[in-house]
Design a protein around this ligand. Structure first.
Ligand SMILES: Cc1cc2nc3c(=O)[nH]c(=O)nc-3n(C[C@H](O)[C@H](O)[C@H](O)COP(=O)(O)OP(=O)(O)OC[C@H]3O[C@@H](n4cnc5c(N)ncnc54)[C@H](O)[C@@H]3O)c2cc1C
Length: 491
């Protein structure tokens, strides 16, 4: 009898696991609470404008990387969504001109040095750090004792070349992005480098990210998040998988220590195994009865810090193709929103085909930081919509000031808060990642909990994000294959 696997959640991790499980011969059913695939990695439309609320850069998009093979096998990257590499990948816009961050590390070094000769030392160090991480990438490894139907080539050189990065990693892990950036004296450099990611992450994630831009990775799949997820859904169905939308799972059902299936809409859907690819932090409280009390689960309840953001989108009746794709504006006066204060504003420019009506442009702003409790309180005291409206209106005025060519031309606005993410995807505190702080190991759920119950995606690895979703989605199927005696049917 072919074993039946239920996957809870059609986010990127659930879809990846679905493809690999179906390829490995399981009867695979994905149950998804929302009406679309992709989870938090998604786009949506407002009056003809498409807002990209998910992927901004895709680790593993570079086709020289092993992870790229996984993205392609999972169906995420196809002919209909070629990878586009923004260059420069960020541009600081100041009254005295532009300061670009080029992908070419030599060109980046020269540009930064010319702009801030007083920072020669930290700039040289940045260049060196980036170079040391040149060969660092997410390795695509197998679990011990795996039987495979397709042999996978393996090269020890892949790991040997990562050695310099491993030497530097402990030092970078012990300081935050904020600490790293504070070593620069020039304010423009601080603003530009400090705006790439949440300054609360450790500097290791920062250098890995910047280095990936510099060495041919972290491009943007054209068409965006939703097309990428739909491509994966199509691959999953082609491999024989089934997916049911608008089907929230209420509980995992076990009897005498054996999995029976999942309860959805009051009905038991039977299966031999269940993979939880929803936010594990919520799953341990909501999907298990009794709730999980293993050591890792207790740690997760106590110590998890989620990475959250506010998202604001603008539809503009102007073609802004001439402007850079990702602009960083230093602000004269901090912008206050969601109980947080921002000294710079990152504006992403989607003046490309398919994102806006002819001659128009979609702009988006991400305000990174922990604003969940602010918005939750606003929801409880009834001021949520007024407060959102206030943020949107003030931001509109600010965008018009920063980019005068859009003045009077913003015709559509939209805003999502961590409450929106919580409502749609059920993620803990509306978080889309885990904040991987300096000097800490974040609590994670095991991929194999026990035979029949598995985890993948958010909260199963240090920080999260798309590379973790795809790699844990692949690896967890290896555990399932090993437990059920089926050969793994993928790369
Ligand atoms: C604005 C934004 C920008 C981002 N930019 C990037 C980026 O540039 N690069 C990057 O690497 N990462 C980025 N991320 C992070 C990345 O998108 C996520 O970390 C990743 O998509 C998480 O995937 P997942 O499958 O683990 O979880 P999720 O996407 O959370 O998927 C879980 C799925 O389970 C469903 N679900 C929940 N509960 C149930 C239930 N009870 N029953 C059935 N279904 C359920 C949810 O609806 C959801 O579809 C970004 C995220 C956001 C929000």
């Amino acid at each position: 009898m072919i074993p039946r696997l239920i996957i809870i959640g059609a986010g990127i991790s659930g879809l990846t696991a679905g493809v690999y499980a179906a390829k490995s011969g399981f009867r695979t059913l994905i149950l998804e609470k929302c009406a679309t695939p992709g989870g938090v990695s998604t786009c949506w439309k407002r009056k003809g404008y498409t807002f990209e609320g998910g992927v901004h850069w895709l680790t593993g998009s570079g086709d020289h990387l092993p992870l790229n093979k996984v993205w392609r096998e999972a169906g995420a990257l196809k002919e209909n969504n070629p990878v586009y590499n923004k260059d420069p990948f960020f541009v600081l816009e100041t009254p005295s001109g532009e300061l670009p961050l080029w992908r070419d590390p030599g060109k980046m070094y020269r540009t930064l040095l010319e702009h801030a000769p007083e920072d020669r030392r930290p700039i040289r160090q940045l260049k060196r750090h980036i170079r040391w991480f040149k060969y660092f990438h997410s390795p695509v490894t197998d679990i011990p004792g795996l039987e495979r139907s397709v042999p996978k080539p393996w090269s020890p050189m892949e790991f040997i070349r990562m050695f310099p990065a491993l030497l530097l990693a402990p030092w970078l892990w012990a300081i935050s992005v904020g600490d790293y950036v504070s070593r620069f004296r020039n304010k423009d450099l601080k603003d530009l480098l400090g705006s790439i990611m949440n300054p609360g992450h450790n500097a290791l994630s920062f250098i890995v990210t910047v280095s990936s831009f510099c060495y041919g990775d972290s491009g943007y799949p054209s068409g965006g998040s939703l097309l990428m997820a739909r491509n994966m859904e199509e691959t999953f169905r082609r491999c024989g998988g089934e997916i049911r939308y608008n089907t929230p799972v209420e509980r995992i059902v076990e009897e005498d220590g054996k999995v029976k299936g999942a309860m959805a809409g009051g009905d038991l859907i039977e299966s031999d195994a269940v993979l939880v690819s929803v936010d594990a932090r919520n799953a341990i409280d909501r999907l298990f009865s009794p709730t999980l009390t293993d050591r890792w689960a207790l740690k997760m309840r106590r110590r998890l810090r989620t990475g959250q953001c506010m998202f604001i989108g603008f539809g503009v009746r102007a073609d802004l193709r001439e402007l850079p794709k990702s602009m960083v504006f230093p602000l004269g006066k901090p912008f206050e929103a969601g109980g947080l204060s921002f000294n710079t504003l990152n504006i992403h420019n989607y003046a490309m085909d398919g994102y806006a009506p002819e001659g128009c442009t979609t702009l988006t702003v991400l305000l990174l930081g922990d604003s969940y409790s602010y918005w939750k309180a606003a929801r409880e005291d009834g001021s949520y919509y007024d407060r959102k409206q206030d943020v949107v209106q003030r931001l509109c005025r600010m965008v018009e000031e920063l980019i005068p060519s859009v003045k009077g031309l913003i015709e559509v606005t939209d805003m999502a808060t961590p409450m929106t993410v919580e409502r749609f995807c059920g993620n803990h505190q509306g978080g889309y990642m885990t904040l991987w702080q300096k000097h800490t190991l974040t609590p994670v759920a095991p991929l194999r909990y026990r035979k029949g119950i598995y985890f993948a995606g958010l909260r199963t690895s240090l920080s999260g994000g798309l590379p973790i979703a795809v790699s844990t989605g692949r690896k967890v199927v290896q555990y399932i294959c090993r437990d059920f005696g089926l050969p793994f049917g993928g790369y």
